[in-house]
Write a protein that binds this ligand. Structure first.
Ligand code: F6P
Length: 558
């Protein structure tokens, strides 16, 4: 491991800002949002910020001006700005993997400069984007032909984790802009059901697989890719030679040319990226190839421009107006000073249905860490559980607990002022007004609640009134953008990437490794041969694992 660029800092909980926040949290814990709003009629406008086309209202948070001052002092005392500079300058801030962290270079404009180990990487990034664009245009234009001469109509991305969640989420998010003549599918799970169900109605002659894997060694992806190859070869009528078939129907996205070649994919059909792009930060690299095929190279570049605009906002906006910084410190406030275990992200847009799932990997794989950069056990809480679903569906499922449960769940509400599908009910208001009324109503209800006096003034019986009371004081952020476009989506993703970065920097953890996924992978690798039919293996696990394996072996279908 290389040395960090700055000396280790004092423990987080010893910092003056942390100590002050601790005392301050006790002082303001009992303050209600009703009082904060009553005392400051301009609060709703004042506690807002804007950047890269996104408007953030953070006034419905349990913060005073003093809270915000102290939280930003914490940002300064923890050296977040220096760390941001180190990341953007290509320093190897991912210490445990000795890597730079430069997903921001993926969206640097053509002609820009981002140095890694003395080399400007922007020309390489642009070269791959241009090759992706040429490929996407050929598929979209019907000139990329399958092995039997038919144009490709179906694109199946095979990948998992960061090589799946980003492309799926963004494809769904930008479906409005996609070429509807093409069918896009995403296969990730090693459960054979995933591949079988996603290919059962596809014609192999018109199907192209994009095997997406940074390492090209991931068990699930390799198993799916091999089975997809078998499906293709079995399904091609008048099969040309196998190599031609694979060359026409398989392309790869990876950093590992040797493994791509070993799999049998021509490296001429490989789109590369670099070890300074983490899996969960890679959807704007070649990993987004399926998305680019769907929405076209211009749409993809528009998305990159949105990412870049948010990168610039993050780099240059004062902390007080910096959207990722504000979201990050508010998250730290609830996680570390109010004991909030989870954070809900609630998109009021059906196209963003998979955004919470995407954020789960981004946030939880990044900040689910229990030791500091120096390897010391933390004595404070780090990343929360991130979850959510699109509104209004969640309102009829789990919002009850957010409103009246016993646990504090800070929420981000995401909404758009203009809908892409302006549907008007025959005799009522537009669907979009109904949708957005719910955004505003929910955050209002969560913040202000309904007191017992009000409930009883409405004539509710004394017996029933406790059930009808809403305490309120439940914090929310509201993010509003004009319209869901590729540009807006890029800005939104970058916003959360940088939020996660700032939190990781405050918590002094490595947001860019993922050692926590390794143990399970290694053990699964050992267990696979133990499941093979034949003589009973000498199982050396604990009694629970041994019993489960024996039961499976006895009952598995041969
Ligand atoms: O197991 C976790 C992980 O390493 C993720 O970080 C990554 O996004 C995913 O697996 C897939 O990895 P790859 O792109 O190398 O197949």
């Amino acid at each position: 491991m290389s040395e960090p660029s700055s000396p280790p800092r004092p423990g987080l909980t010893q910092l003056p800002a942390w100590q002050a926040l601790k005392a301050h949290a006790e002082a303001v814990r009992g303050t209600h949002l009703r009082d904060l709003f009553a005392a400051d009629p301009g609060r709703g406008e004042r506690l807002s910020a804007e950047g890269a086309g996104l408007y953030l209202d953070y006034s419905k948070n349990r913060v005073t001006d003093e809270t915000l001052r102290l939280l930003l002092q914490l940002v300064r005392e923890t050296g977040v700005e220096a760390r941001r500079g180190a990341m953007l300058a290509g320093e190897r801030i991912n210490l445990t993997e000795n890597r730079a962290v430069l997903h921001t270079a993926l969206r640097a404009p053509r002609g820009g400069t981002v140095m890694v180990d003395g080399q400007n990487v922007v020309p390489d990034v642009q070269e791959v984007l241009d090759r992706m664009g040429a490929f996407a245009d050929r598929v979209r234009g019907g000139t990329w032909l399958g092995a039997t001469g038919r144009p490709i109509r179906n694109i199946v991305n095979i990948g998992i984790g960061g090589s799946d969640l980003g492309p799926v989420m963004a494809y769904e998010a930008l479906k409005f802009y996609s070429d509807r003549r093409l069918t896009l599918r995403f296969v990730s799970n090693v459960d054979g059901t995933d591949l079988v169900e996603k290919t059962r109605d596809l014609d192999p002659e018109e199907t192209l697989f994009i095997v997406s894997s940074k390492t090209f060694t991931t068990q699930e992806t390799m198993a799916n890719a091999k089975s997809a190859r078998a499906w293709l070869l079995a399904g091609l009528v008048n099969l040309p030679d196998e190599n031609t078939a694979v060359a026409r129907h398989f392309v790869a996205v990876s950093t590992n040319a040797a493994e791509v070649e070993r799999f049998g994919i021509d490296t001429a059909n490989m789109f590369g990226f670099w070890d300074w792009v983490g899996g969960r930060y890679s959807m704007d690299s070649a990993i987004g190839l399926s998305l680019m095929v769907a929405i076209g190279p211009a749409g993809f570049r528009d998305m990159l421009a949105g990412f870049h605009e948010m990168d610039e906002h993050f780099r240059t906006a004062p902390l007080e107006q910096n959207l990722p910084v504000l979201l990050a410190v508010l998250g730290v406030w609830y996680r570390d000073f109010f004991g909030a275990q989870t954070h809900a992200v609630l998109p009021y847009d059906q196209y963003l249905a998979s955004f919470p799932a995407y954020l789960q990997q981004l946030d939880m794989e990044s900040n689910g860490k229990h030791v500091t950069l120096e390897g010391q056990m933390v004595d404070y809480d780090t990343g929360p559980v991130v979850w959510g679903q699109p509104g209004t569906n969640g309102q009829h499922a789990f919002y009850q607990l957010i409103h009246q449960g016993t646990t504090l769940i800070p929420c981000d509400f995401l909404g758009f002022c203009q809908t892409l599908n302006p549907l008007v009910t025959p005799d009522g208001p537009p669907h979009h007004d109904l949708l957005m009324a719910n955004v505003f109503a929910q955050t209002e209800a969560l913040a202000f609640g309904k007191s017992r006096e009000r409930v009883e003034a409405e004539g509710v019986d004394a017996d029933l009134s406790p059930h009808r009371v809403f305490e309120g004081n439940r914090p929310t952020n509201t993010l509003l953008a004009d319209r869901l476009t590729p540009h807006t989506l890029g800005a939104l993703i970058a916003l959360y990437e940088h939020k996660v970065f700032v939190q990781g920097a405050i918590w002094n953890i490595n947001s860019f490794d993922q050692w926590g996924v390794e143990l399970g992978k290694v053990l699964a690798g050992k267990i696979v041969p133990e499941l093979e039919p034949g003589t009973e293996p000498d199982l050396k696990h604990d009694s629970s694992t041994n019993t489960l394996i024996r039961r499976y072996r006895a009952r598995r279908a041969e």
